[in-house]
Design a binder for this molecule. Structure first.
Ligand SMILES: Nc1ncnc2c1ncn2[C@@H]1O[C@H](COP(=O)(O)OP(=O)(O)OP(=O)(O)O)[C@@H](O)[C@H]1O
Ligand SMILES: [Mg+2]
Length: 270
């Protein structure tokens, strides 16, 4: 793995101490490892982005961190507690919110019911308070509380998926491709306004992002995952300064080419 220690500026702002940390995590499916020895950390108010080509193991990594997938090597730490292979509900209860790449909302339910489901650990009174809180984060949501979730556009749907997870007020937010299927404009708004604001209020945000350039713009730290291994990681500015960055990217496949991330997908229809 390449690191960028030789390129660090003399005065470097320290990264926060991690809220969630993977230490040499290995996991996969049916006993076959898909990701190997992955270490990654995210701390309060930090945005960490994981980028890389299709099939690199990005979703596998996130699922391993939140207890959906069995970790066969290494460990997952939440603060100073080892939470390796703890069930997803426990991680949710302990402040880790996860928005999956697919099946991120309950389509037959209304927006409000989705939010209520997200607050399943709370009292009815607290649920009402939290709905008001997340509505403040996503002001577009209140007018559509009674709408069925399957009638939402791509952008509205993603907002709801994140809002649903925010119901439990997580300290750590794990997002798998939050801008998938969004127009470039909506993707920009989601990352540069909403995700940045969530980090600004103290949340640790670890996200997999297909739009590499946009990810590098908002993240404080970025890891490039290729074939289940960390190929490169560092501060985005340092990554972009590397002359071989695009070359490495190109080697990683067309989907990981930064410019291709400003992609043509403009599917924001319901
Ligand atoms: N449920 C599964 N059972 C078996 N293999 C799987 C399963 N899910 C994913 N894989 C395999 O694991 C590898 C990594 O998949 P993963 O979904 O983690 O990639 P990814 O980096 O998230 O890709 P994408 O950018 O397409 O979302 C792929 O080879 C994939 O085929
Ligand atoms: Mg994925």
């Amino acid at each position: 793995m390449l690191t960028l220690l030789d390129r660090q500026p003399l005065v470097e702002e320290a990264r926060p101490s991690p809220s969630l940390r993977a230490e040499a995590v290995t996991s996969g499916y049916g006993g076959v490892p898909v990701i190997r020895d992955i270490s990654i950390a995210v701390g309060p108010s930090e945005i960490v982005a994981v980028i890389g080509p299709n099939g690199a193991g990005k979703s596998t990594l996130l699922k391993s961190l939140v207890g959906i997938l069995h970790v066969t090597g290494g460990r997952v730490m939440l603060g100073s507690d080892d939470v390796t292979n703890r069930p997803p509900e426990e991680l949710a209860r302990r402040g880790v919110g996860y928005v999956p790449q697919v099946n991120d909302i309950f389509e037959p339910l209304t927006v409000l019911e989705n939010l209520e489901m997200g607050g399943y650990l709370l009292t009815p009174r607290k649920i009402r308070e939290r709905v008001a809180d997340v509505a403040a984060v996503f002001p577009a949501l209140p007018p559509m509380l009674k709408r069925r979730a399957d009638k939402l556009s791509g952008g509205e749907r993603k907002m709801l998926a994140i809002a649903r997870v925010l119901m439990l007020d997580p300290r750590v937010l794990i997002l798998d491709e939050p801008t998938a299927n969004l127009s470039p404009k909506l993707a920009d708004t989601l990352l540069k306004e909403h995700v940045k604001r969530l980090a600004a209020v103290g949340k640790a945000v670890l996200m997999v992002e297909q739009r590499a350039r946009a990810a590098l713009e908002v993240a404080g730290w970025t890891a490039v995952l290729v074939s289940g291994e960390t190929r490169l990681e560092g501060r985005p500015a340092d990554l972009l300064r590397r002359r071989d960055f695009e070359e490495l990217f190109l080697g990683a496949g067309p989907r990981a080419t930064p410019d291709s991330q400003l992609d043509q997908k403009e599917n924001d229809e319901p």
